[in-house]
Design a binder for this molecule. Structure first.
Ligand code: CO
Length: 462
């Protein structure tokens, strides 16, 4: 029986997509043991927005959360999402910060690092992949999926080969906007499987009502693993339901490795948790049903709602159709970047500005200027020459990788913070989120310190 690896996303992506990452450790701690014994390939439980949310809203130390998860979930590999050179933020950090962050993540129990760059510029994931492997963890190279005239099966297969050549342990095709058509999923997975010799994973979202079909087609094409979330925290903007995919795949002759009775207990646990978030209003029923407008406009649902609120704030909602027509033109001018953060905001806002000022690129956003300069990486296609000239002015584009221009800052920052903290984890939290981390570090004295937890490692885990 062909095995399909199942990754559970309830602790990270489903948590992030449905309830803005507000799930606290205490809210899921009682079910960790069951999650660990259900037969999952991995538990996606950290990275993405969880780190920021822990510090900003939950008064939790993200490092401590990871350590505490690892102390209970000792059998199932833990998985995280890492934005390459951006780590968990939106700007490029110097290599020493990337390396220290990964070292500490693996040290505290991370096993699989899914590493991506918003532009599929793999120079921006090279250092992260290298350090992940140095630390003995699994480096999953990631391709961001998008739809454009320059992205096709061949271009995705080429990217997959590049990842394999870079030493990736596996490949993930990441469809964060839930745009992949089932047949496209089949074709891309089949081609990548034929062209490479490492496992291939598909990550999608039910946002447009396609992901369940895409997963099944991908399974038929030989995909090695898929991401699902337990049904109480599934569907809509999150992943397809774990149980449904388990039964569907099993009936089609696949072995998911999952135990159905375990899945039931996990779901029974999460039902009241979900009800709590519905009651507080943090889970909006609207995100639970498909919103296939994204397929009509070829833009992610989140981007559409952002543009609508921007236009409303400007009293210009009557311009929505014009802006929607402008979006693909701006995207073309920028060389067809995938519409994910931060590119989706950049393209959406520039399109809005182009319409509201009545003249294209009369005003160019500073982010667009930085993009044209190469500060985000290399555009997938050609940037419109006229726009590029106007955006750059007297400046010259950056040669090579942006992070090559950044000086190391870890040791320097550690020295600066020596009166505040002696822990490397705190220093990393501070570098990533300086405005909020300082107060957080000052206030957390009452919690068990990460230093103490580090002492526990030898006794508890290794
Ligand atoms: Co996702």
């Amino acid at each position: 029986m062909k095995k399909i690896h199942m990754t559970e996303t309830v602790l990270r992506d489903a948590n992030q997509s449905l309830i803005a990452t507000r799930l606290s450790f205490d809210q899921f701690a009682p079910i960790l043991h069951e999650l660990d014994n259900a037969g999952y390939h991995s538990l996606e439980c950290w990275g993405g927005a969880t780190f920021d949310s822990c510090i900003r809203y939950l008064n939790e130390d993200p490092w401590e959360r990871l350590r505490k998860i690892k102390m209970v979930a000792k059998n199932t590999p833990l998985q995280m999402l890492l934005r390459g050179q951006n780590i968990l933020g939106y700007k490029h950090y110097p290599d020493d910060v990337v390396r220290n962050f990964i070292k500490m993540s693996v040290y505290h129990g991370m096993d699989i690092l899914r590493i991506f760059d918003a532009l599929n510029d793999f120079r921006n994931i090279e250092v992260a992949m290298d350090e992940t492997k140095k630390q003995g963890a699994h480096a999953q190279g990631t391709i961001v999926y998008t739809v454009s005239p320059i992205h096709d099966i061949e271009s995705y297969t080429k990217l997959a080969k590049q990842l394999e050549n870079m030493g990736a342990d596996s490949i993930c095709l990441k469809d964060m906007a839930g745009l992949i058509m089932p047949q496209t999923a089949y074709d891309i997975v089949k081609n990548i499987k034929e062209a490479t010799n490492i496992p291939v994973y598909l990550h999608s979202h039910s946002t447009n009502g396609l992901a369940e079909m895409a997963y099944l087609k991908a399974a038929e094409a030989g995909v090695d693993g898929i991401d699902c979330s337990i049904s109480a925290f599934s569907s809509g903007t999150a992943q397809p339901p774990t149980e449904s995919l388990h039964f569907a795949l099993q009936s089609a002759g696949f072995d998911t490795g999952l135990k159905a009775d375990s899945l039931k207990r996990i779901n029974d646990f999460f039902k009241p948790v979900r009800d709590h978030f519905i009651k507080t209003g943090e889970l909006d029923a609207k995100v639970l049903t498909p919103q296939p407008e994204a397929l009509t406009y070829q833009i992610p649902g989140g981007m559409l709602s952002n543009m609508i609120s921007q236009l409303k704030a400007q009293n210009a909602i009557d311009k929505l159709d014009e802006v929607l027509n402008e979006v693909p033109r701006v995207r073309e001018d920028l060389g067809y970047p995938p519409l994910v953060t931060p590119m989706s905001q950049m393209v959406g806002t520039q399109a809005t500005v182009n319409i509201l000022t009545g003249e294209r690129y009369k005003m160019i956003l500073k982010e667009v200027k930085a993009y044209c300069k190469g500060e985000y990486g290399k555009a997938p296609g050609e940037i419109n020459a006229e726009l590029s000239k106007k955006a750059l002015g007297e400046e010259t584009p950056i040669e090579g990788r942006f992070a090559d221009n950044l000086e190391p800052i870890f040791e320097k920052t550690k020295e600066e913070l020596k009166d505040l903290t002696s822990s490397d984890e705190d220093v990393l939290s501070y570098i990533l989120f300086p405005q909020i981390a300082e107060d957080f570090i000052k206030n957390k004295k009452k919690n068990p310190s990460v230093d103490q937890l580090r002492e526990d490692i030898k006794a508890d885990v290794i």
